[in-house]
Write a protein that binds this ligand. Structure first.
Ligand SMILES: C[S@@+](CC[C@H](N)C(=O)[O-])C[C@H]1O[C@@H](n2cnc3c(N)ncnc32)[C@H](O)[C@@H]1O
Length: 210
């Protein structure tokens, strides 16, 4: 019962005591992963960059610093209203000047034009998507030809959460997501082990073939 409740809040935090605790956990435990995902995405100053399931917005904050050219744009999407509001508050100056746009929406229905995004990154997000193929196809649709997608996870923690039934079903398995990416038109799909100080994590890369 508790596992299901924690899983629900991790997958879709709500404005509640449980949601607040989850947001604290995300900010402390995942900051390093969010920052490393941004680093691995190879963001260029004039890129259009999209983060999926940004949660409290620490990764967005870190990506925004790299988009120093006037054409550089950052987009974030999250279907949790609570997380959308938390990130909107964190990035309010950048949202106000139009550098950052945040959408309260589902990954499976992005309000973005075809072939409009250079880099996509996400962190601890795909495990919650009910249909990985739908999510991966939607990412592929909005990416420019040759664009790079990067996602990171701490596989040992994710597997432990899945064993305790905090995560639903089998979608947490990297192989499942990588298969969905290949089926959706991505190429060079691979997972690498990474180390940052004392933390080991995994990065999944995929290039949009069009
Ligand atoms: C575990 S949290 C991770 C947040 C942040 N990326 C991090 O690592 O700290 C998962 C986030 O993805 C969002 N999310 C999950 N499924 C989503 C979907 N289908 N569409 C949009 N957002 C989604 C949730 O609302 C939540 O904010």
């Amino acid at each position: 019962m508790w596992a299901q409740k924690v899983g629900e809040q991790l997958g879709h935090p709500t404005r509640s005591v449980a949601g607040w605790l989850v947001s604290k956990f995300l900010k402390t435990y995942n900051q390093v992963l969010e920052e490393n995902t941004v680093r691995l995405s190879g963001i260029q100053p004039g890129d259009t960059v999209l983060e999926l399931g940004h949660g409290p917005g620490l990764g967005l904050q870190s990506a925004a610093k790299l988009l120093t050219e006037p054409t550089g744009r950052l987009i974030g999407v999250d279907y949790s209203e609570y997380m959308h509001q938390m990130a909107s508050e964190r990035l309010k100056e950048l949202v106000a000047c139009g550098k950052v746009t945040l959408h309260h929406c589902d990954v499976a229905a992005l309000p973005l034009a075809d072939s409009s995004v250079d880099k996509v990154f996400h962190c601890n997000c795909y495990y919650f998507w009910p249909d990985l193929k739908k999510g991966a196809s939607e990412i592929h649709r909005v990416m420019k030809p040759g664009g790079l997608m990067v996602t990171t996870l701490r596989l040992s923690s994710v597997a432990a959460f899945a064993a305790k039934r905090v995560l639903p079903g089998e979608n947490w398995r990297p192989e499942a997501y990588m298969a969905a990416l290949r089926e959706s038109g991505f190429t060079d799909v691979r997972m690498e082990d990474k180390q940052h100080k004392h933390i080991t994590f995994q990065a999944i890369y995929a290039t949009a073939l069009k």
